[in-house]
Design a protein around this ligand. Structure first.
Ligand code: UDP
Ligand code: MG
Length: 311
């Protein structure tokens, strides 16, 4: 029995990489007959001939499917569009620039056959600059600490997911999409294959610092309410220190009869009151957090299997 595999490839200004990518993928599956492979390219508003290259491939090979966006919607949205039309039993997402070596696909499929529902490709060592390495490390450590689900580190969007994972993922229609977090949120079993991430073959990365910061914020706000809770810590700290000051001044005034002018009392009271305001801000934040959570409209739960169970 052949199994259907979908390879989803978002592409933004990748005219040179598309034919190379196609050839490499074809080569991998050349001697394997048990898979029926579809390749889905999403042209994310490229300004070069990416779409023409995709069209050319699709004309000659019915296994190539393409979507052309009306403008640039961003990598995560392009990936989502590919996921939406993928028909495979396993779906693999990867870059068009050969930074995600297609040769790894066989290892991923192997793990999938052994019952792993999500196979992440994990980067063993990054070739990025010092600053990017450091910020990435700090970011993932922080995100992991505050996130409601375990988002694996050193993992990008190169992964295989089983069809059942995809079906659940498709129910999550939130607008700010941090797919690697969403996949972790869905659950099921996961495992890793390790690889060295090579440099881009042609062109340059579209992930500028600005886009990366936005992406990092999507990860935070999508999977953690921690930022909203900061106000509560500040509030408690301010009220506690303010109360101590107040106690000290009262004690000094009552027992030692030290005179304190009115404005000194007021400064302490205002200080305490600022703490109260922080607590109120945190309370408002909790409501906003719940609204935010609600509007994501993720499913309430995900079922792995049932027994004597009718859906
Ligand atoms: N990409 C996209 N839309 C964008 C930016 C990037 O579809 O707005 C694609 C790009 O063509 C590539 C993948 O997403 O296939 C990852 O982007 P890139 O290689 O620039 O990121 P990096 O690997 O440097 O993180
Ligand atoms: Mg890349």
């Amino acid at each position: 029995m052949t199994q259907k595999i979908s390879v989803v490839v978002p592409a933004f200004n990748e005219e040179k990489n598309i034919p190379l990518f196609y050839a490499r993928l074809k080569n991998i599956f050349a001697n394997v007959s048990k898979y029926d492979v579809e390749m889905i390219f999403i042209n994310d508003g490229s300004r070069d001939r990416t779409w023409q290259e995709i069209q050319k491939l699709a004309h000659n090979d019915a296994h190539v499917r393409g979507i052309c966006f009306s403008r640039n919607f961003g990598h995560q949205i392009a990936l989502t569009a590919g996921y939406d039309i993928a028909q495979g039993d396993a779906i693999i997402s990867m870059d068009a620039d050969m930074q995600d070596p297609p040769e790894l696909i066989m290892d991923m499929l192997e793990k999938w056959h052994h019952g792993c529902d999500i196979v992440y490709a994990r980067r063993k060592n990054r070739k990025d600059g010092f600053l990017k390495k450091l910020t990435a490390k700090m970011y993932y450590a922080l995100l992991n600490n505050v996130s409601e689900v375990d988002i694996p580190r050193n993992v990008g969007d190169f992964r295989l997911i089983d069809k059942k994972v995809l079906n659940e993922l498709k129910k999550c229609r939130e607008k700010y999409r941090y797919l690697r977090g969403m996949v972790a949120w869905v659950g099921f079993t996961n495992c890793f294959v390790d690889f060295d991430r090579p440099n881009r073959v042609n062109g340059e990365t579209a992930y500028t610092w600005k886009k990366m910061i936005k992406f990092a914020m999507d990860g935070f706000t999508g999977f953690s309410m921690f930022p909203l809770k900061i106000a509560s810590y500040v509030g408690v700290f301010v009220i506690m220190t303010g109360s101590m000051m107040f106690l000290y001044v009262s004690y000094d005034f009552l027992l030692n009869s030290t005179p304190y002018p009115l404005y000194k009392w007021l400064v302490i009271l205002v200080y305490i009151f600022i703490g109260v305001q922080f607590i109120l801000m945190w309370l408002i934040g909790e409501y906003i957090g719940r609204i935010h959570d609600q509007q994501k409209e993720r499913p309430l739960y995900v079922i792995r299997e049932g027994i004597n169970y009718v859906a």
